[in-house]
Ligand binder design. Structure first.
Ligand SMILES: Nc1ncnc2c1ncn2[C@@H]1O[C@H](COP(=O)(O)OP(=O)(O)OP(=O)(O)O)[C@@H](O)[C@H]1O
Length: 362
């Protein structure tokens, strides 16, 4: 394990900002620490960098405890959200600055600067000042400066959040390429689930100072461990219900009973559940035509044309609304519809315990 965060907690006065967070990153892995604003990401990353001394817990690098080691001796480079390039220095001098203190001879240093500017496609801007660069070029210059000292771990703290969408997507592809080419162990911190899912080998999802789930992006998306991960990775698409029967599984949701044939759940009748289903897993049907799929009845409340598809919002009772992605010829507002889904696309969470309910095929 290249980086291990073990039982990390941090208080600011009375507020417990980080509560017993543990995760690890293997050598060469890119892990995204992702969660909404205020969930504690910055506190975790600053503890790893050495700028915050955690109230409890331990940070280990290459198996060695570095919790008390000063930031400059940890072998960690950080790229922050806002630019920290020195404005009076050229791009080349900024990159050289990162390795200046290492006692490397000038010729070798010059080569390292050149190699890293090439890596981030900025060789021609070597003599430019930061003010002459575009926003994306400045980010790349910071990456070059962070990577030139060959850090053991690279921390990227919201490096894309100040950029517009097109540039953000382009730069995140660049970061993925650079990380692959250098193989540097990377912790990427973001509040943006799309950036996190697009970039990371693995996600650590935080909410309210705790880890809400971790795993490969696709696994977490398709099999969320709890209701927070289900609605944070993708769109919140939930309704409440109670288990009303065993095999086939039945869920009472408001006035309706949804039947899931060939499925059993590992919880007793009467268990209250939060049900989640991704918009792309829902299909809109004519309510008068029988379907073999489980479905829930509702009335269309909104239809949004979002380009390649329509987002159809359906009120399903009890104030709950579900959004279904629909390819063509959408229904009209106020139409009565059935919203159908495959039984294995419905994610159920025990409302009291917050855990995922396992559905078993019968
Ligand atoms: N220096 C501080 N003093 C007091 N409270 C703080 C301090 N820094 C952070 N907090 C509080 O700790 C909690 C976690 O903050 P933190 O910045 O770690 O979260 P975050 O997920 O990085 O949020 P953001 O994306 O908004 O920066 C928040 O409630 C925040 O108000």
């Amino acid at each position: 394990m290249r980086l291990a965060v073990d039982g990390l907690s941090h208080r600011y006065g009375d507020e417990l900002a980080v509560d017993d967070v543990s995760f690890g990153i293997e050598a060469g892995e890119l892990v995204a620490l992702v969660g909404p604003s205020g969930c504690g990401k910055t506190t975790v990353v600053q503890s790893v960098a050495g700028h915050v001394r955690p109230t409890a817990g331990r940070i280990a690098l290459r198996g060695e405890d570095v919790t008390g080691v000063p930031p400059e001796d940890r072998g960690i480079s950080v790229v922050f959200q806002r630019s920290t390039l020195y404005p009076h220095m050229t791009v080349g001098e900024n990159v050289a600055y990162g390795i200046a203190a290492r006692g490397i001879d000038p010729a070798r240093r010059d080569q390292l600067v050149d190699d890293h500017l090439k890596l981030v496609s900025l060789r021609e801007q070597r003599e430019a000042r930061p003010a002459e660069l575009s926003g994306g070029q400045r980010r790349r210059a910071e990456l070059a400066r962070a990577l030139a000292p060959s850090p053991d771990v690279l921390l990227l703290d919201e490096p894309l959040s100040a950029l517009d969408r097109t540039l953000r997507i382009r730069l995140r592809e660049e970061i993925a390429r650079i990380q692959r080419e250098t193989g540097v162990t990377t912790l990427f911190v973001t509040h943006d689930q799309e950036d996190a899912m697009a970039l990371a080998d693995r996600l650590v999802v935080m909410n309210g100072g705790r880890i809400a789930g971790s795993g490969r992006p696709r696994e977490l998306y398709e099999s969320p461990p709890g209701p927070f991960v289900a609605s944070f990775l993708g769109r919140s698409n939930t309704f409440s219900g109670a288990i009303s029967g065993g095999a086939p599984l039945r869920i009472r949701a408001g006035e309706q009973e949804i039947e899931l044939p060939s499925v059993e759940a590992d919880v007793p009748d009467g268990t209250t559940v939060t049900c989640h289903v991704h918009p792309e897993d829902l299909s809109i049907r004519d309510p008068d035509v029988e379907t073999a799929l489980p479905s829930i009845a509702g009335r269309v409340s909104r239809v949004a044309d979002v380009g390649r598809r329509y987002d159809v919002t359906v009120s399903v009772g009890d104030g709950a609304e579900l959004v279904a992605e629909h390819a063509s010829s959408p229904p009209a507002v106020d139409d009565a519809v059935a919203v159908a889904f495959a039984a294995d696309r419905l994610h159920l969470f025990d409302r009291d315990e917050g855990r995922r309910v396992t559905l078993l095929e019968t």
